[in-house]
Design a binder for this molecule. Sequence first.
Ligand code: DDQ
Ligand code: CA
Length: 272
Amino acid sequence: PFRTRKSVVLLSILSAVAVTVLSWNSWSSFRSDGVVSDQIHSFEIVNEFPHDPAAFTQGLLYGGNDTLLESTGLYGHSSIREVDLQTGKIKAMQNMDASYFGEGLTLLGQRLYQVTWLVKTGFIYDRYNLTNFKTFTHGMKDGWGLATDGKILFGSDGSSSLYHLHPRTTKVIKEQVVKYKGQEVHSLNELEYINNEVWANIWQSDCIARISPVDGTVIGWVVLPELREGLISAGNKIDVLNGIAWDEDNKRLFVTGKHWPKLYEIKLQPLS
Ligand code: DDQ
Ligand code: CA
């Protein structure tokens, strides 16, 4: 009777509200903090440069004056190197002990921080002569990517976690689960800090996630299958897209990959 009808009405109002809230959530491109999310970008090539095809690129950053700093992996081939952007030539290099597999690299002040695969050991090098003067142990489960905002270190370990690390103790200050529309995003790899965002290569994909370091939310994607596909169809034996470097002064964005013979300067384009 009346009571039942009332609850039916109430239920349908509630479900209408729920449906509205849910669909608003998935359609809306604005977060409460005003950040425009759900942006998916393609890219356009601005410049291409030679890149050492022997380099199994694991960490990449811009070191100023048209130089890149790069960390390479594989046992017996791991190194950190300073590379000339225009020619791809190695200007300085430090080979690592064959028992280490080089991973993420970042520059904080005069110090280069590097992590290594499958162990929690990292190295600190002098930025100018690339001499290794310190070893550290970090609190992540593994060492994959590194980046910095100039104050703290950001790290990844192949899971869906974005770690905030104290630069002096290298201990974990914060661990954020990276999510896109509520779904965890796994395989976070090489990192780069760009305009208050942490960009991450997603291992074995052609995608870069743009992560908010405020809460770990993915606020956009850069999708770049054409670079890898172009290199493969040209007959190169290459591995995945990996390596993001940002030249803050000249607003130049560089990407490359493991064993890629080229490094690209790209500009974002709305996905058409
Ligand atoms: N990682 O860069 C995604 C963290 C690891 C890549 C490992 C690729 C495997 C290479 C073969 C290893 C030989 C022991
Ligand atoms: Ca980087």
